[in-house]
Design a protein around this ligand. Sequence first.
Ligand code: FES
Ligand code: FES
Length: 262
Amino acid sequence: MIQFLLNRELRSEQTLDPNTTVLQYLREHRGKTGTKEGCASGDCGACTVVIGELVGDRLRYRTLNSCLTFVCALHGKQLITVEDLKHQGQLHSVQQAMVDCHGSQCGFCTPGFVMSLFALQKNRGDGVQTYDPHQTHEALAGNLCRCTGYRPILEAAEQACCAKQPDQFDAREAETIAQLQRITPRETAELSDGEKRSLSPLTVAELAELYAANPQARLLAGGTDLALEVTQFHRELPVMIHVGQITEMKQVQITDRHIEIG
Ligand code: FES
Ligand code: FES
């Protein structure tokens, strides 16, 4: 079973095709169609969502392409979508900035831009009022517009960053941290629809054991290559072992002679 927060709601999934992407899960299983599919190959950013996760006892936000992320990768995390930003009838400040600056150009790309801006705003330190164009370009580098251009969106980014106000996510931060601590993975998680399955071990030793027992399994890390087999080539992956919960597999070490990944 995997467990995650869909914004505030605790979701537990046990019987689900592990070849389901987060984008399919949102749109087809949860009826949340605000997140869009543009390319389904990680190129356009229309499907951008934000993940909240614990780093130590702090909450960290990052964007990801939901079209390339299998749902098992949500285990122990918070998933925030564009539907979650509006609060008590008020647009979030990043949405309002897009409106004010005429940055809302088409319905496919705008939700993705909004989520990237949301993560950008969230990851700026409290009280930081200066605008950093380089940081903004980095944050929006994965979001493409094919129609109009980026100037209004960059202006919206500047407004959103400079006018950062505490929002509902700040108000609920302690509650969210407590919720995530309660669902922190403590053992290998399995997701299965009876035929296909994904396994998410926590240690290298467990990974080795599972891989020995399932030599046909495909190893899943970020999924930027593997997910294309499902979304572009329409193949099925019968067994996946997700390495994203294993601390050692997420480390990048740079020495004077080489780079060691995982
Ligand atoms: S739909 Fe284009 S990056 Fe996901
Ligand atoms: S905003 Fe969608 S193509 Fe330009």
